[in-house]
Each structure stands twice: as structure tokens, then as C-alpha cells.
Design a protein around this ligand. Sequence first.
Ligand SMILES: [Zn+2]
Ligand SMILES: [Zn+2]
Length: 366
Amino acid sequence: MQPQPVCSHGFAARRAAYIRIMRPQELLAPTPTGLHCNPGNFHIDPVRPVARALITHAHSDHARPGHGQVLATRETLDMMQLRYGGSFAGSTQAIRYGETIRLDEVGVSFHPAGHVLGSAQIAVSCNGLRIVASGDYKDASDPTCEAFEVVPCDVFITEATFGLPVFRHPDAAHEVRKLLHSVRLFPERAHLVGAYSLGKAQRVIALLRAAGYDAPIFLHGAMEPISRYYESRGVPLGDLRLVKDMKKADLAGTITLAPPSATSDIWTRRFPDPVTAFASGWMRIRARARQRGVELPLVISDHADWDGLTATIKATGAGEVWVTHGEEDALVHWCKSQGLAAQPLALVGYGEEDDESGAAGGEDGA
Ligand SMILES: [Zn+2]
Ligand SMILES: [Zn+2]
């Protein structure tokens, strides 16, 4: 047999290198600033100012001000502007769900995450490799945002806020019926529901409406701008009024939503004998409810529970899973038991302003 010409071997090697599938860490890598995409020259949900940021959703631990360019859904950009003011970024670009854009070497698309209005998973593709960064997500139904979409991928980056088998969220509609039952039982008392002002509050209101409750619902002033914004995006919330316009006696038998911090301070004195409720996935843990002085815990979460996390991981078809943001170890262990490559991702700075992600005193969360 004739020896192969040297140049042909060189060509084959170069061609193999060209079509070689990239290693995932070459496409996206954890850094102290957040997930960094070197070939696309951007960060996802960076915790420090960067030149180009792709933002999954408007909760304050993911969406921070001060970046050069911000790419996000229209809703996320608008809510960042509501919270931080008009100059929160050098420039912005609204990305529609399902639209693919090119950033340098990389294709990027946003897909519904089902977490809050405008929340997105971000799919990053290059040389035949696709990684999906889910941000925060839930697969449970939510009338206030688009439903979670399964995006097939090679590597799935999942949150793990409720990544322990003990976390199985009840049906949110059932929790809201508990609240309405208590309102009927105590018509002389006010009901004060602690809920994060972006997402949770609007979901609780929409669930109350879906359960047939059509009386006015009262809001702490901090809830108003985001709630009005939801309505402007086609999420009807019914008759909403501000607590500050009301006399104490007239709040008997009513429901008010307030940021969690307000439900334990002097502000509550304006209510007649209030029943304090709190809507959070953490209310599954009785000690947390007691510790907060919550009389009526409502287990309503905007994060996937254990079954949701594991079902979603399977559905993506990913052979490799990176776990972040919560109970990494249990979920990594589960992935390995399913024959998937898995590792915890050392990302810092998330959950710190997002009370349902574990820290105290935050204003967002699930
Ligand atoms: Zn979030
Ligand atoms: Zn989060």
C-alpha cells in the first residue's frame, strides 16, 4: 500500500480540530463574576459590573445594575428599569423567547423559565455543543408568566433551591383556599400576607382571583409598581388598592399583600388584629414559620421542587448537569445515580437578596 502523503494527514487533523466538539468549560465557565462565555464575550447574571450581561430574570440577585450592555427579555429590562431607574445599564437589547441571536462565535436564545414574568433560560450553542443555563425555574403552573419550556441540550445548568427529596410543593391553589378559609373564619381580623414583591405577590393575587375571590385586594406601597406593570403586560389582577388610603376598621375581613419585612414591623399596627401569613416554599419547614411568627404558612414556591428538578433534568436529555444555587450535593448525587455526569458549580452571590433562596430579609424569591 502506498504511504499516505504527509499533507493529507495534516489536513485530516486540521479538519478534525475544526469540527471537534468543544469542551463545555470552553463555552461556559464559572468565574467569581458569574458564568462567563469566552467565545461569545458575555456573562450570564453577573454579580459584578461587566461589559456585556445576559440576564435571566429581574430578581435582584440575578439582575444587577451597572453593566455596559444588557440583553434580556422586554419584561426583565422593564422591571430592572422600574427598580433601578433609567440609567441601570449603558445600553439594552430586548430578546424575544425563541429568537436566536449571534454573539461573536456563539448562538444564543432565550426560553421561558416559568419562574416570574419575563424569566428566561438561556441556551448557548457553539460548534455542535449546547448548554442551557436555566436561571431560577419552576415547572408548576403559574397564571402570571409563560410556562417553563424544556430545551434539549448537552449540558443543563440547574438551580437547586429546593434540591432535597423532602421538598415536594403542594398545589398552590390548595394553599390559597387555606387563606380564603381563614378569611371566612375570622371576618373581624385583617389578613396580612407576606410575599416577595416581584412574582410571588402577583401569583398569589392571580390565584385568589382564580379561586373566585373578587373583593378588593390591598397592597403595601412597595408592591404597587410591579403589580401595575404585570397588569400592563396582560396579567389581570382585579381591583387593587393601597393600604395607606384605608382606615384601620375598614381593613377587617380584607386581604393585604406586603413585602415579608413589613409583616413583622410597626407597619402592622394599622391592621385590626392581623392574621400574618407568608407565601414561600420555605413554609414547608414549620420551624421557619414559627421563627418568623407566621400564623398561617402558605407553601407557594416559584422554584421547582425535588420532583420538578429531577423530571426537568431527565426531560432535557442532557448527559451532563451542573448544579448551583442551593442544595447542590443531593442533586449531584441523584444525577450520578442516573448515570449522568454532574458537578456542583461554584457560583457565589445568588440567593443573598432572594429570601426564598435561603437568606433572611430579602425582597424577592420564590
Ligand atoms: Zn429568582
Ligand atoms: Zn435566584
